[in-house]
Design a protein around this ligand. Structure first.
Ligand SMILES: Cc1cc2nc3c(=O)[nH]c(=O)nc-3n(C[C@H](O)[C@H](O)[C@H](O)COP(=O)(O)OP(=O)(O)OC[C@H]3O[C@@H](n4cnc5c(N)ncnc54)[C@H](O)[C@@H]3O)c2cc1C
Length: 378
């Protein structure tokens, strides 16, 4: 098969790798607009469930993929300066750039050509030249935009503001820090992803953002203000920037997933808000499902694409629903700040409705008991 892929993110590269390993006769090209080694952001985090899909799909690559991950089996919710640990939450972290490098090297080893610095402007033209065109070109997908009348994308802009920083302070567990200030609540989502660095994503609601003067602050002024808000946790470490401008989450979904020989994959297909930390995992699960669809239906692309959609549609919608509940929780966190630290952490853990009290009891009996002890006797 002649397969062209737009975008060398985790979705595009992982699909390329699986497809080529399965059938080395495929001619696969990947087009990436950025230069080699250029990427935004800092780290990515995977849950153990997220990683189990990768292990099942390609055990050999999985070992390579996780070789340099940082791991921790608990998380911390920091409220009123109290660190509440919740065990039984296994997270594996790595830098986005290392993750892409591992994928890229594995692809190149299999003979896949990645053309960096090549932005695809005309999806129809490219699709006419191959059997399958995979649009793995991210949340702002140009392919999806060009064919919007077919894919019928929907966008939901959420209200909170985010800025993605790094820091040399090492947050060993995934740490969610909530800080009440004179302007309103600031939230930091942080975790160590390499021996030296942690991701530090700051979230604020639009009113707090404005009251704090962040609407007119420069990138550096914002960085300094956020570092002062979280000074107790950062210690003497500063926040580091990498295009750390304020942005809002734009949640994407598509009514139609493929058109002719063109299929959407990863964030181009659907974004999952990072408060669930699962965008990369979803993108790679898409890649697995598309690969399986193609492998199981040789010479029958419509059947392959139908199998892909059948495998992913339900879990994709269900994840987006959970992400939306998670977003609601963060956007309304002001109403929760009166809770004591344990009840606050408990409320956080149950925010998507997917985790029951019994689940928490199983994961971390001490935490569940601490919460129970705070409840008035019936
Ligand atoms: C602040 C933030 C924090 C996040 N944290 C996490 C996390 O902790 N864990 C997690 O799993 N996920 C996280 N995510 C989400 C994650 O980054 C994405 O879900 C994931 O990268 C999606 O992979 P993808 O391959 O679909 O798209 P992308 O990674 O966006 O890759 C798309 C690629 O296509 C290229 N491209 C775009 N248009 C063109 C074109 N016309 N021609 C050629 N190339 C093109 C882009 O340059 C890019 O390299 C986070 C996202 C954000 C914004």
């Amino acid at each position: 098969m002649k397969i062209d892929i737009v975008g060398a993110g985790p979705a595009g590269l992982y699909f390329a790798l699986l497809a080529k390993k399965h059938d080395p006769s495929h001619r696969i090209r990947v087009f990436e607009q950025n230069a080699e080694g250029a990427t935004y952001g800092w780290g990515v985090v995977f849950s153990d469930i997220g990683l189990s899909f990768l292990k099942e799909a390609d055990a050999a690559f999985y070992e390579e993929f996780i070789a340099h991950h940082e791991r921790c089996d608990y998380m911390e919710v920091v409220h009123r300066g109290t660190h509440v640990q919740v065990h039984g939450n296994h997270f594996s972290r790595t830098s986005r750039i290392d993750m892409l490098r591992v994928l890229q090297h594995a692809c190149e080893r299999e003979g896949i050509r990645i053309e960096y610095g090549k932005r695809i402007e005309n999806a129809r033209e490219l699709a006419a030249d191959c059997d399958l065109l995979v649009a793995a070109d991210g949340g702002n997908s140009a392919v999806r935009t060009q064919l919007a009348e077919h894919f019928r994308p929907r966008f939901t802009k959420r209200r909170n503001k985010f800025a993605w920083y790094g820091t040399h302070q090492r947050f060993h567990p995934v740490s969610l820090i909530f800080r009440e200030t004179e302007h309103g609540v600031f939230i930091a989502h942080s975790y160590q992803y390499s021996p030296q660095l942690s991701t530090f994503l700051v979230e604020v609601d639009p009113d707090t953002w404005q009251r704090a003067g962040l609407d007119t602050a420069s990138e550096d002024e914002s960085r300094r203000l956020c570092a002062e808000v979280f000074r107790p946790e950062l210690g003497s470490n500063e926040l580091l920037t990498n295009r750390s401008l304020w942005f809002e989450a734009n949640i994407v979904s598509n009514e139609v997933w493929s058109h002719g020989n063109i299929v959407l994959l990863g964030d181009a297909l659907r974004t999952v808000h990072f408060s669930l930390g699962s965008g990369t995992r979803m993108a790679m699960q898409d890649a697995i499902a598309l690969h399986k669809g193609v492998a199981a239906n040789p010479g029958d692309l419509p059947a392959a694409l139908a199998a892909f959609e059948a495998a992913r549609r339900d879990s994709s919608s269900s994840f987006q629903q959970s992400a939306s509940l998670s977003l609601d929780w963060y956007e309304n966190v002001g109403d929760k700040m009166h809770l004591d630290p344990v009840s606050f952490a408990y409320d956080y853990m149950r925010r998507t409705g997917k985790v029951s009290h019994d689940d928490l009891k199983q994961r971390d009996p001490l935490f569940a008991r601490a919460y129970e002890a705070l409840q008035p006797a019936a």
